[in-house]
Ligand binder design. Sequence first.
Ligand code: ATP
Ligand code: MG
Length: 261
Amino acid sequence: MSAQVISLFNQAGGVGKTTLTQNLGYQLKEKNYKVLLIDLDPQASLTCFMGIEPYDLETTIYDSLITSGSSIPLPLMNCYGVDLVPSNLRLAASEQKLTFELQRELRLKDVIEPYLQDYDYILIDCPPSLTMLPLISLVASNYVLVPIQTQFKATVGTDLLLDTIAKVKAKLNPQLKILAFIPTQYSKRNITEQRVLNLLHNDLSKIAPILDPLPRSTAIAEATEYGKPFALSPKSNHTLLSLFKSYVNQIESLTQQLTHV
Ligand SMILES: Nc1ncnc2c1ncn2[C@@H]1O[C@H](COP(=O)(O)OP(=O)(O)OP(=O)(O)O)[C@@H](O)[C@H]1O
Ligand SMILES: [Mg+2]
């Protein structure tokens, strides 16, 4: 079977895209799936979160994207049992490099095509923007998973987010589906955040399932500093780990359902 390719996408910054890419990827591996994570952000947060120092890397996703004909192999690094294609700041130059390339929006799709049979899940960590990099990610994906912060500003940016996904679906990738929304950094004792969570349910549940909110937790923030998935961090705890596992169970069943309809 061909891999399920999922973009973690939201143009808003700091909403938990990278944290989820890392931990969902690791938990999918724990269920014996073959997992590839692609860091498509010049900030290279995913690369760092997986314990790799990005600055001195000789080959990254950048080299694959700018090499015409996708003839060079992806630079794969195995981290904690999942494969990672790392990134670094050089990726920022790819936007300009690809400007005059024909069919540049297909570039990532072409790059991962030879790997689809090798993996069960390919998760792509998008940068917080609406530029070429998230666009090529959405074109290469079957699904988009949207982390969304339970803050009022998230409700404002959601229309633009949905509009972008709809445009990509209409013009470039008719197969693209929203897999789910994951409310993030949620404090259940904060009344404003409760209200925003209700608003998200009212507005978005007709579009795609809304999974249980990921709480705001210093344990998650601290875990990233160790350069390891949450499960392997000394700050790990059972409640949050169960939540990551439940997301993975839902992703597993949603990708199966949505693939077979
Ligand atoms: N649930 C959480 N509770 C507390 N801190 C969190 C939580 N999720 C993520 N963080 C922290 O918030 C910061 C931003 O998270 P992350 O990098 O995953 O977001 P992002 O959407 O990928 O950001 P960017 O848009 O910059 O790529 C990180 O330092 C991370 O450790
Ligand atoms: Mg990120």
